[in-house]
Design a protein around this ligand. Structure first.
Ligand code: DX5
Ligand code: ZN
Length: 230
């Protein structure tokens, strides 16, 4: 079975992407089964190189194993320098969506094209201090913008409220241009902040600690996607 990824002309809907950073890595297989059985749409895979951010996580060999064991949509978030160099390898390892940072040292348009040439979905990520306008000219080439709602590097940080205006600005620019671009948010998303970001225009919600610490993961996912708080 093929992973269910949003198509370019699909009507936008809300998705939950579970950040594997908060999973029990020694039992990753059963953690993935749990995501599949609890209505989680995507698995968010945070790759950190210890240079672009002050942390090191996991990479290609783990992604390959995850791909072999699941059809879930793999939403890869590269927090690395020189992302262009690694696009093909992450695509071959099974990524369905690749986000890379506009603040990294690869040329954005070339990197986006490289992702598209691999037949997968390109997305650009922006840190909290980067203005909304930085992505405007790239919007026609994107399937998704990832607005970081914490400083990239670690799970479990508090949501930065100043990022809400930026989500709103990006969503309204997408609407003005008549485009069909998804807006993803990442960091500090829980039952309360999810309502705020959805209202501002985000439709793909990454969640690590809130989802994995929830007693009832399905109810937590439901709370993230809809208006209800579990
Ligand atoms: C931070 C990562 C996030 C993080 C989210 O750099 O990109 O994906 O794991 O975790 P929570 O939901 O715990 O803030
Ligand atoms: Zn992330």
């Amino acid at each position: 079975m093929q992973a269910k990824v949003f198509g370019r002309s699909d009507k936008l809907k809300n998705y939950v992407s579970a950040s594997v950073l908060s999973a029990d890595m020694l039992n990753l297989g059963s953690e993935i089964r749990k995501l599949e059985n609890n209505g989680i749409d995507m698995l968010h895979f945070d790759v950190m190189d210890g240079i672009f951010v002050n942390n090191i996580t996991f990479g290609l060999p783990i992604l390959e194993q995850v791909r072999k064991s699941s059809d879930i949509t793999l939403d890869v978030h590269l927090m690395i320098n020189e992302p262009a160099k690694y696009i093909k390898r992450f695509a071959d390892a099974g990524a369905d969506i690749i986000s890379f940072h506009i603040e990294s040292d690869s040329k954005a348009i070339d990197t986006l094209n490289a992702i598209r040439e691999c037949g997968i979905r390109p997305a650009i990520a922006i840190k909290p201090a980067t203005p909304a306008e930085a992505v405007f000219e790239l919007l026609p080439y994107l399937d998704m913008v990832l607005v970081m709602t914490v400083e990239p590097g670690f799970g479990g940080q508090p949501f930065i409220p100043e990022t809400v205006d930026k989500i709103r600005t990006i969503r309204s620019k997408i609407t003005d241009l008549g485009l069909n671009v998804n807006v993803e948010v990442d960091g500090g998303i829980n039952g309360e902040t999810s309502a705020v970001v959805r209202k501002a225009g985000a439709n793909v919600l990454v969640s690590g600690s809130f989802l994995f610490n929830a007693e009832d993961m399905a109810a937590a996912a439901y709370a993230l996607k809809d208006e209800r708080i579990c």
